[in-house]
Design a protein around this ligand. Sequence first.
Ligand code: COA
Length: 204
Amino acid sequence: MPPAIHLCLLHLNFLCLALHCSGLASLTAEFERWLPFFHPHSMKIREASHADLPTIAMLVSESNKDVAVRFGLNAENCPKHPSFYTENWVQADLARGETYFILEDQSEPIGCVAYECPRPGLAYLNRLSVLPAHRNKGAGARLVQHIVQHARSLSVQTISIGVIGEHTDLQRWYNKLGFKDEETRRFPHLPFSVKYMSHALPGG
Ligand SMILES: CC(C)(COP(=O)(O)OP(=O)(O)OC[C@H]1O[C@@H](n2cnc3c(N)ncnc32)[C@H](O)[C@@H]1OP(=O)(O)O)[C@@H](O)C(=O)NCCC(=O)NCCS
């Protein structure tokens, strides 16, 4: 990177710190959200391999623990919740043909997402996870956009997701990213309803 650009980025980082110290929290958050766009190489998404099993299990389980607490999910009432994710489960996902992508910030894994194609034209976005310490800086949106681009490159027409029906703020977040509300269903093995949402890809 040319020294002049490097100096500019340093200044931006110091500006964030200064805003933070002066108590301008919302302005700081807004600045931090845009910082990755000035640091094009600090965040990278890469396809995961078998060597990443422990990393993915950690990212998915750690990122979903607050969801489990919020909705009262535990090993008795929801043993398959992502907050309990293990390496064996990730291995089974890969064996089923699921693809995982890992988001790294300066080589540190901070989030992941899984992509599955159950039939031609349809894709599932699964297990979107960003570690709590790295949230609200655009990482989640970046992972979703990556899946949208990946699906588009494979001529997929619809991306489908299922989220906890009562998790309405998360649904509004997906709405902002282009997902439309679909049906809500109940399953006997789940202590919550599942809200389906879909993203249509024109020309897919
Ligand atoms: C959902 C999640 C991936 C978002 O990651 P993120 O990196 O914080 O997302 P972004 O920074 O791109 O977006 C931040 C925005 O989402 C909102 N947001 C962040 N986490 C949220 C959550 N758990 N529920 C609802 N909204 C959330 C923020 O308020 C912010 O809103 P704004 O854009 O109106 O300011 C992350 O919160 C997470 O891993 N949650 C736990 C696992 C989960 O619920 N995954 C989805 C399974 S379908």
